[in-house]
Design a protein around this ligand. Sequence first.
Ligand code: NAD
Ligand code: UDX
Length: 458
Amino acid sequence: MTFKKRILCIGAGYVGGPTMAVIADKSPDVRVELVDINAERIAAWNSDHLPIYEPGLDEVVKRNRGKNLFFTTDTDRGIAESDIIFVSVNTPTKTFGQGAGLAADLQYWEKTARQILRASTSDKIVVEKSTLPVRTAEAMDRILNSNGSGPHFEVLSNPEFLAEGTAIEDLLDPDRVLIGGMNTPKGQKALDDLEAVYASWVPRDRIIRTNVWSAELAKLVANAFLAQRVSSINAVSALCERTSADVGEVAHAIGLDSRIGPKFLKASVGFGGSCFRKDILNLVYICRQHGLAEVAAYWEAVVAMNDHQQDRFVARMISEMFNTVAGKRIAIFGFAFKADTGDTRESPAIRVCRHLLEERAEVCITDPKALDNAARDLGPDTPGVVHAQDPYKAAEGAHAIAVMTEWKDFQALDYQRIYDSMEKPAFVFDGRNILDHAKLHKIGFNVYPIGKAALTHV
Ligand code: NAD
Ligand code: UDX
């Protein structure tokens, strides 16, 4: 079959994989290819066991793979044959040198730019899909167009707003698609071409065009605002625990104000995920670079509050369990950073488990999708860490349960059976407020929700 357009995506991860699968699904006349330096990941994309768990993803991939959706490691050929190249490589927080701990590590990004330059024989549209510091497109443009009379590269910013666990839903029905380009005839033509890709299924009025810098910055700011709401309600949860106010009731009451809105007001043990922390710290770094110390401090507090919420959770566990957890078994219900994903990057469960291990507790982790990642995060043979696929086994002989992820599976368990198998007094620390606390209390548990009065038996 001859295709109308050829799209390449460099980086077949949590963003590249689902996004390209949906583009292929919605545009049968477009050839979509994904490449990655990780050959194992590519092999998994070509197998029955995809490298990431995402509801609905298997069906979309299987429907299109081999027709107009391809996964390979042959990056140079892919570059040479494509019209539009999405770059969706990882941009983690830098761990070394200038900006360590704050700035984005752009090495994967820059390597990609140089490879595109080397392997291209015709003009290309290069799309920043990764989340990048504002004005990265300028650097990209300078590297790519440093070749004088060679092919022309038009750089666009098209940040991705999908959330894990709902990636396919978010891609199929996005609140908006944001594309930024240069205000030049070539820039506007490239925007038209990219807009046409999304217009196969996204209504035109939801495709927003801006200048490149606004698109780059809007992505960092969107994540900062979302995370700031979680940190705000978590700050309030601490006050609720001291005053017998109920954080759920407070969130409901304020969320009915249409200026505030009800979403992202669930108090929790803290936000996790590969994006919020990294992107806010990146924003902090950029503000500092521009001499905006107070603005940087404002956003940095969102991350500090999140760390505090996790530390406060563990401190409460220790103090309520008679000031020691040494030698006690704690069942960790959920290790993923949120439900419906196996992703554990920056999951609050990591920090909570590390603290508990420092206190010489034994943690027994159960999670429907994230046990492999949990083993990697805490070290495969770390003393004091046990895994159990079955939550009943995880809770057997435990002194406490700590709910870290809001998996629905945990709500459906038989807590009388669990209580009967645990040490007494038995404790539940519900870091997601998902369980029926009154029922647990009636069974005999001492229950500690987030931002609500504890239900105890003493
Ligand atoms: P990921 O780590 O899952 O995937 C990135 C992939 O890029 C990896 O498989 C890696 O091997 C590959 N890669 C790195 N360098 C390469 C190179 N030179 N050539 C080919 N492949 C290369 O990361 P992700 O979660 O998909 O995130 C990608 C970007 O999207 C990041 O900038 C992130 O901030 C942003 N983002 C992520 C999410 C999310 O929910 N995960 C949402 C929106 C935006
Ligand atoms: C986020 C952004 O939502 C998405 O737009 C962006 O593209 C990538 O980063 P993600 O990290 O996948 O997505 O998940 P999200 O649903 O935003 O949750 C992030 C964290 O905040 C999770 O740990 C979640 O449990 C927590 N959270 C979220 C709360 O604790 N309370 C809430 O009310 C909402």
